[in-house]
Design a protein around this ligand. Structure first.
Ligand code: NAP
Length: 245
């Protein structure tokens, strides 16, 4: 029996890696997208194969439309797309709005918003003719909270994805597609160090009602639930996975 195919962008590390491994364990064949961390993607592919899945590793910078097109050509050869976890994302260095530059804003919106919308568009083009498919946009609690004095620009890129999730879901619901957002809170991944603040997660744990950070695996479980038939009447909404934050 053929297994459904799931594309996960930004699957070489963190939440995307956890999603790819859990999707493989739950019966998907996985297309593992990465940008720069080939070794990370290979580790994830090994874990997916060990779980019984086929695994495709596909390099693409999602801020580059030509790279997105090339990525989908490889995915199409791998198998018909059933699910997209639209996860690749970046933060800038911790800064106030008065320190933001055009180049930084351009890069953040190109990856987190424009790239993510184009990746979703290509998924819809493949799913609508088949009358089925699930898209999960990984947004952020920052879209609600604003991330003052840290990365307001990042929060804005993710708020755009929350409303994109609602609009796209309305557009494709009658075609049999479901589109949801998952908004993680403070999750233990390398993204905080990449933003120049490696202690951010631990420092913010006391501000979380549950008094702790979350793990990438906990976010992946919420995403895989939304993708499953258990969530068959859910679309258009964004689920907070934030420990109550
Ligand atoms: P992470 O550990 O830094 O992983 C980010 C992943 O995105 C990596 O696989 C990276 O690939 C990939 N990526 C970055 N830029 C890319 C590009 N231009 N094209 C393709 N892939 C790219 O981060 P994470 O914490 O798992 O974050 C995953 C998602 O969750 C992001 O959208 C993030 O905004 C969101 N999120 C995270 C948190 C948190 O606290 N961790 C909270 C809320 C939302 P390479 O390393 O190969 O370049």
């Amino acid at each position: 029996m053929t297994r459904p195919v799931c594309l996960i962008t930004g699957a070489s590390a963190g939440i995307g890696a956890a999603c790819a491994i859990l999707a493989a364990q739950r019966g998907y064949d996985v297309a593992i997208n990465y940008n720069s961390d080939r070794a990370g993607a290979e580790n994830v592919a090994q874990a997916a194969i060990a779980a019984g899945a086929r695994a495709l590793i596909v390099q693409a910078d999602v801020s580059d439309p030509d790279a997105i097109a090339a990525m989908y050509r490889e995915v199409d050869a791998f198998g018909p797309l059933d699910a997209l976890i639209n996860n690749a994302g970046i933060v800038g260095q911790t800064a106030r709005v008065t320190d933001l530059t055009f180049a930084r804003l351009r890069q953040l919106f190109d990856v987190n918003t424009i790239g993510a919308i184009l990746v979703a568009k290509e998924a819809v083009l493949r799913m609508e003719p088949r009358g089925k498919g699930v898209i999960i946009n990984v947004t952020s609690a920052a879209a609600r909270l604003g991330s003052a004095n840290t990365y307001v620009d990042y929060a804005a890129t993710k708020a755009a994805m929350d409303i994109f999730t609602k609009g796209l879901s309305d557009e494709v619901a009658a075609s049999g597609l479901r589109v949801m957002g998952v908004a993680p809170g403070i999750i233990e991944t390398a993204i905080h160090a990449k933003g120049g603040d490696p202690d951010r997660a631990a420092r913010n744990a006391p501000n979380v009602p549950m008094q702790r950070t979350g793990s990438a695996e906990e976010v992946a479980k919420a995403i895989l639930w939304l993708m499953s038939d258990e969530a068959s009447y859910v679309t258009g909404s964004t689920l907070n996975v934030t420990g109550g934050r």
